[in-house]
Ligand binder design. Structure first.
Ligand code: ADP
Length: 701
């Protein structure tokens, strides 16, 4: 592999180790967050929309439910007689009094029909004259009755005319005249029969003044009973007429009603002493009813005159005049006018309008409940206003920043209720946010981890590079120094010999000795370097064969002693076993021992090297200790002396101690190749013990 500069390596490491993975992680994180956000937004929009629709539907349904009984009532009035209408409306109001305060019925021209007519439904119609001859006879009869008091003649003429005429109205009128004559003749029973005939058959006919005959005759029946001396019956009859009047049986205007009620009141006052307890109560109730009718009528009249035109305008403006609608009376929408138009079945044209003043409290309560439920289910905030700015109800929780993304009209009321809806931050959203937070934190942690690892790797690579560079520099420096010293000595001696600068043969001999010593030193240095490079590159295979370590150690040590100057080294042997045979590469182990011995001498004071070689054997291991009494190694450097090119400070300071810092790393390499271990104990100033521990049966040959 071509070597790259440290800078290029660092750059590549950054690209591969940091920018790549971090970028990829950030990309993944951003992608997942974006997708999640989109999903959330979509989900939230759909939720808001759906809930708004649901609220609107429910609100409309609730309003329809409120209006339903009134719409139904309005439709049942079609084709009913006035009395029937009054009974229905009155009955309804009695029943629904809790929420319906007032009912008003308008005809198609918006004239008041209930609780009172503004004018008669059927105005008094003119009486068609009798044929001339009959008219003359009629005049004769009237003269007989009113001037001559000849009731028999008058009765006879009335009867004959009654039989002849085809007009129902004339028949009814003539029957009434007959009854009048009979009364005057004091034939009360016969008169009563006539009255009953009119009441049962011609009650709806009008008299000459246009009053309904039913009413006129009914009040005359009371007079008759009184004339008969039956005050009790008279009172009962008058009370019945009174009741008919207040329950709207007769088509009369308020003024006409007043007139009749006044008339009856006078009669009843006179009859009061003859009334039973029950009748008196009934009269009292009727009077109250009459007062109520007067009151509600005048209120209805003022409503129609003052408020109705404006409401009607609003209905038209909002295009609601065709449908049943709620018109809110006040801004708080607590009261309303229910508007229920009814149409003729055939033509479809407006027949009448039923207006009901109602309280919307129950409706609003239900609406609030519905909104609260629906909003809670979808986790939304809501706000309901009658008109913009007038709050009706709102959710307990408000949206963040009070923003309402969705608002619009809620109902088809007048004015329409305004609904605003906003999503609340809810559990799913919070979960999503938490998920996103986790992703972010995870990403940051991962990125930080990747960066830290990459930084460490970079720092490690760089420091290794620098260390190697430093070691190389040191090696070059020391090796050149180591080479230079012997070479300059040899060179100096060579010069001396060449120039003949010596004084004796002994001197020449001394020079030769020096040359061979320095050459030996050079050789061993170069050998060391060559050994090292061979070993490091595993170029030299180990040839192991069973070898007696005791013998090998002794031979090597002796060889070493012989290579040294006489008396320079003192060697002691402390061998426990007599022999210790292990598969060994003899040459390599011997070189290791030599190296250690050489160091022991090098790092002892000159001429004072005292080395003890001891060999022990345990069950599995042979331990060879090479102990000197030299300078020792500081404890902080013990670990490092086995590193390549490393020379301890103590050694570097010794000017005359030469070395390349390779010896111990070669020893370590050899021992480890034998599955052994090298250990070191040392005390500065006292000496060092290097222990070679070799397994007795190595696992690999
Ligand atoms: P060299 O001897 O060439 O410097 P070595 O690898 O043999 O290299 O030794 C490394 C260093 O360990 C030496 O420089 C020396 O400082 C220290 N050292 C080795 N052996 C001894 C010893 N017996 N006593 C004291 N120091 C030693």
């Amino acid at each position: 592999m071509p070597s790259r500069s440290p800078l290029v390596k660092v750059f590549l490491l950054f690209i591969v180790g940091i920018i790549g993975p971090t970028g990829f992680l950030v990309y993944l994180g951003v992608q997942s967050i974006r997708t999640e956000n989109l999903l959330l937004m979509k989900e939230s929009r759909e939720r808001v929309g759906k809930t708004a629709q649901a609220i609107q539907d429910q609100a409309q349904a609730l309003i329809s439910d409120t209006l339903a009984p009134l719409v139904q009532l309005a439709n049942t009035l079609n084709g009913k007689s006035l009395a029937g209408i009054y009974t229905s409306l009155h009955g309804f109001q009695q029943e629904q009094g809790t929420w319906v305060h007032r009912l008003i019925l308008l005809d198609s021209s918006h004239h008041l029909l209930y609780p009172i007519h503004e004018s008669r439904n059927q105005p008094a119609s003119p009486l068609s004259p009798l044929p001339l001859e009959a008219r003359q006879r009629m005049q004769g009869a009237e003269q007989a009755e009113f001037k001559d008091h000849d009731y028999t003649t008058a009765l006879k003429i009335y009867k004959s005319l009654e039989k002849e005429t085809g007009s129902l109205r004339w028949k009814a009128l003539l029957l009434a005249s007959e009854a009048g004559c009979l009364m005057k003749m004091k034939q009360f029973d016969a008169a009563e029969t006539q009255y009953h005939e009119i009441l049962s058959r011609y009650a709806q006919e009008q008299n000459e003044q246009g009053y309904p005959l039913g009413l006129v005759i009914a009040s005359q029946v009371g007079e008759l009973q009184q004339a008969k001396g039956r005050s009790d019956l008279a009172a009962a009859s008058h009370l019945r007429v009174f009741q008919d009047l207040v329950t709207g049986r007769w088509d009369l205007s308020l003024e006409e009603l007043r007139f009749y009620v006044q008339h009856l009141t006078q009669r009843l006052q006179a009859l009061e002493p003859h009334m039973s307890e029950g009748e008196r109560d009934r009269w009292k109730k009727l009077q109250e009813q009459w007062d109520e009718l007067k009151h509600s009528s005048s209120e209805a009249q003022s409503f129609v005159q003052t408020r109705w035109p404006a409401l009607q305008r609003k209905l038209t403006e909002t295009h609601q005049s065709g449908n049943p609608t709620l018109l809110f009376a006040k801004t708080d929408a607590r009261e309303a006018i229910a508007y229920a138009p009814a149409y003729e079945t055939g033509t479809g044209s407006l027949h009448h309008i039923l207006l009901a003043e109602i309280t919307t409290h129950p409706l609003m309560q239900k609406l609030e409940q519905t909104m609260a439920q629906l909003s809670a289910a979808s986790n939304l905030a809501y706000r309901l206003e009658a008109v913009p700015g007038t709050l009706l109800t709102e959710s307990r929780q408000k949206p963040e920043g009070k923003r309402w993304p969705l608002h619009g009209t809620l109902t088809q009321t007048v004015p329409a209720l305004q609904l605003a809806i906003a999503p609340l931050s809810d559990v799913p959203v919070e979960q999503a946010a938490a998920r996103r937070r986790h992703v972010y934190v995870g990403m940051v942690i991962l990125a930080a981890l990747v960066i830290l690892i990459a930084l460490y790797a970079t720092w490690y690579a760089m420091s290794r590079e620098m260390e190697v560079a430093q070691l190389k520099a040191r090696f070059v420096a020391s090796i050149s120094h180591e080479l230079k010293t012997p070479l300059s000595i040899i060179g100096f001696i060579g010069q001396k010999l060449q120039l003949g600068r010596y004084e004796s043969q002994e001197e020449i001999q001394e020079y030769y000795g020096m040359i061979s010593e320095e050459t030996g030193r050079l050789k061993s240095l170069i050998d060391e370097v060559l050994d090292f490079s061979r070993l490091m590159e595993n170029r030299q295979p180990y040839h192991k064969e069973p070898t007696d370590l005791v013998v090998l150690t002794r031979e090597t040590a002796e060889r070493f002693r012989n290579s040294q100057k006489e008396g320079r080294v003192q060697l002691d042997y402390l061998f426990e076993p007599v022999s210790c045979v292990i598969p060994l590469d003899r040459e390599a182990i011997s070189r290791a021992i030599l190296n250690l011995l050489d160091n022991a001498v090098k790092y002892s004071s000159p001429g004072q090297a005292h080395i003890t070689l001891s060999l022990k054997q345990t069950d599995h291991t042979a331990v060879l200790d090479i102990q000197d009494e030299g300078f020792g190694i500081p404890s902080e450097e013990l670990e490092r002396v086995f590193e390549r090119f490393y020379r301890a400070r103590s050694a570097s300071n010794q000017e005359n101690v030469r070395g390349a810092g390779l010896g111990l790393s070669i020893v370590q390499h050899i021992v480890e190749a034998h599955q052994g271990r090298i250990e070191l104990q040392s005390t500065v100033g006292k000496g060092s013990i290097f222990s070679i521990r070799l397994p007795l049966t190595p696992t690999h040959a």
